[in-house]
Write a protein that binds this ligand. Sequence first.
Ligand SMILES: Nc1ncnc2c1ncn2[C@@H]1O[C@H](COP(=O)(O)OP(=O)(O)OP(=O)(O)O)[C@@H](O)[C@H]1O
Ligand SMILES: [Mg+2]
Length: 286
Amino acid sequence: MSYDQAEKLRSQLASHRTAKTIAICSGKGGVGKSNFTLNFAIKLASQNNRILIFDLDVGMGNIDLLLGMQTKHSIADALNNRISIEEAIVKSNYGVDYIPGGSGLRDILEIDQHNKKIFSQGLASVLREYDFVLFDMGAGVTETALFFILAADECFVITTPEPTSITDAYGMVKHILVNQVNMPIYTILNRSRNNSDGKTVLNNFHKVIHRFLDGGAQALGLIPEDANVVKAVMHQEPYTILYPKTKASKAMELILQSYVQQTSNRSRKSGSFLERIKYFIVENRP
Ligand SMILES: Nc1ncnc2c1ncn2[C@@H]1O[C@H](COP(=O)(O)OP(=O)(O)OP(=O)(O)O)[C@@H](O)[C@H]1O
Ligand SMILES: [Mg+2]
């Protein structure tokens, strides 16, 4: 193969490469999804990955609050075609870009066919610019949220050790696997008060998943209860930046290592996120 041919092939491959999409979800609200998403994104970015967070909270967007940023536009403006998706992207100081969430997300299934088409074309070009796109799923599990979760390449399910949180997380894992049996699911136990108890809780959770659900899930690890997480939220700065040596930041480092290890020998889910999301959104099918 000549140098020119190789160059052409490389640029063709590059133009077809799209980001890996990960939906960060939970059963119960308030378990730490937005904090996880932002800090995991910062860790991934520190390994030379281009990262976009898509804040899919239909209420108040969370990511700008955690970053202490104020934004003019939200995803709602892009959905209604007032601005392009690219224009909705905000650059943070931490090597992570994000698209703010907002109440207009509720309308994603109701926008007209023309705008849906423009939106999915915009999404396609945005996905080519990043290595990972993380969806921070909001508190409520709306129909739109479920579409994004099922369309993603991978799902992370976050829970705290509380029985109600675990039960709801199980419900979410079940919902995903019933609809997408080969979805790669990774779990994280957040706010663990004690390392060995946390491991037991996570192991038991996985035993139940493997016993009752086809497909299964893999554990990524624990994040301890850490007062510095709360302090960083109050300061509106990511905890891995403000307190890089704190317990939660160290745990996040281990989670990143575990993720990189577990995904390096795993093939990607078949089909692309874009094909799936077009099917869900443009054709409006469950
Ligand atoms: N590891 C931790 N240690 C201590 N507190 C934590 C930890 N993780 C999260 N929190 C607390 O939980 C709060 C909620 O976290 P976060 O906003 O990330 O949850 P969420 O799942 O995104 O919520 P929602 O479902 O409303 O979107 C944080 O503001 C913080 O006070
Ligand atoms: Mg949140």
